[in-house]
Design a protein around this ligand. Structure first.
Ligand SMILES: *Cc1c(COP(=O)(O)O)cnc(C)c1O
Length: 391
């Protein structure tokens, strides 16, 4: 399909009615999965599509990834699993953080979702669900290897392995653990967790094992095990240098210029008068704000909470970077476009907030946070364009 214009599928508010647009390049998403699959082979690449596919739309992301060849998906919650199942065909869908109870077990089974068992209570409930139904139910077992977030202990896993070898109550296709410090390649925790996970995996000789998220992929082949769980890197924001250049951006957010205004040196801009103009200026007031994921901490000035005195975010229009000026408000963000060549920005134009020209990492850094938080904060007010096929 190279060279062919991509098909566009719109969703959310109509273009003219929205304060901004979000373009989601499903061809890039599929290409990112294929690039990772090639990099990780013989390990397989599962797609993590929790939190509405990191804010980008689970009902669009899952079919694009499945079409690219992905057969394993991870979500956080049961409702996310139900949404994924509607578009995932026969793919396996693992639910990372559901509590397994008699009620949730019923919903999990009804939608053919595979729970990740995180506690001995989860294990006991899934066992009795299997016994009452007369079937051996599948589950992934999550073992904590030092993060102290979710998962059973090594001892609990060993006890379960012994017991389950006899009763065969649960079919365990997958054993997982999660790395606490994978985004710091030199951190001593990585080797310690790998070693601990290898010992536990020895107790489950018939199960595949999975240790790495996106950053873990960058730690090398032995961390990739049978299956990696790729999230943020699929969406085009590699969390570690080792993955730079492997993927391309997927989401581009743009805000519409609602008003261009001239303001005089000495005047203030926005809430709190947080910015005071040092020169006569041209300002572009745009229709997206912190309710659209433009985190207030990325304001141009006057945000007390911001750490380290980082400058605010910069947008992009007509080949130029333009700084955010003053505080970002709920629905509006103001850019200083004084330095642009005359006539290069008009009312109705779109200023890129992050995407192909402003890496989402740069926006996140300006807000003192990570791309994960920016993407999952995007919200539902943008006009969305889903691009299918390779551009
Ligand atoms: C969210 C999550 C992932 C994906 O993490 P990324 O850093 O986005 O790749 C993988 N595994 C678990 C257990 C998670 O919670």
């Amino acid at each position: 399909m190279a060279g062919k214009a991509p098909q566009v599928h719109g969703s959310g508010p109509a273009f003219d009615l929205a304060g901004g647009t979000l373009t989601i390049d499903l061809g890039a998403l599929a290409g990112n999965w294929r690039a990772l699959a090639a990099l990780c082979a013989p390990a397989r690449v599962a797609s993590v599509v929790k939190a509405d596919a990191y804010g980008l739309g689970i009902e669009h992301a899952v079919p694009a990834l499945a079409e690219a060849g992905c057969t394993d998906f991870f979500v956080a919650t049961i409702p996310e699993g139900v949404a994924a199942r509607e578009v995932a065909g026969e793919a396996r869908i693992f639910v990372l953080s559901a509590r397994v109870t008699p009620e949730t077990a019923h919903t999990l089974r009804a939608h053919r979702l595979i729970p990740v068992l995180n506690t001995t209570g989860d294990i006991a409930c899934w066992e009795s669900e299997g016994w009452s139904g007369g079937a051996q139910l599948p589950a992934a077992l999550h073992v904590d290897t030092g993060m102290n977030r979710l998962g059973v202990t090594h001892e609990e896993a060993a006890f379960f392995a012994q017991e389950n070898a006899l009763t065969r109550a649960i079919h365990v296709p997958l054993l997982i653990s999660h790395l606490a410090c994978a985004d710091e390649p030199g951190h001593a925790m990585n080797a310690r967790q790998l070693e601990s996970f290898q010992r536990v995996a020895g107790l489950f000789p018939h199960s595949d094992s999975s240790l790495s998220n996106s950053a873990g992929i960058g730690l090398g082949a032995e961390f990739r095990r049978a299956l990696v769980r790729a999230g943020i890197v699929l969406y085009g924001a590699p969390p570690v240098a080792a993955l730079d250049g492997v993927v391309r951006p997927v989401a581009t957010a743009r805000a519409r210029v609602l008003q261009l205004r001239r303001a005089r040196s000495g005047e203030i801009v926005g809430y709190g008068g947080a910015a005071r103009l040092q020169r006569d200026s041209l300002l572009a007031v745009t229709g997206a704000g912190y309710a659209d994921g433009l985190l207030r901490a990325a304001s141009g000035a006057g945000v007390d909470q911001r750490v380290g005195g980082t400058p605010g975010a910069q947008g992009w229009i007509a080949g130029h970077r333009v700084p955010v000026i003053g505080r970002i408000s709920m629905d509006l963000t103001i850019f200083d476009v004084t330095d642009l060549p005359a006539g290069s920005v008009g009312e109705g134009d779109l200023i890129e907030l992050f995407g192909n020209n402003v890496p989402v990492e740069a926006f996140a850094r300006a807000a003192g946070t990570i791309p994960y938080e920016v993407l999952t904060s995007i919200g539902q007010r943008y006009h969305r364009e889903y691009l299918r096929g390779e551009a």
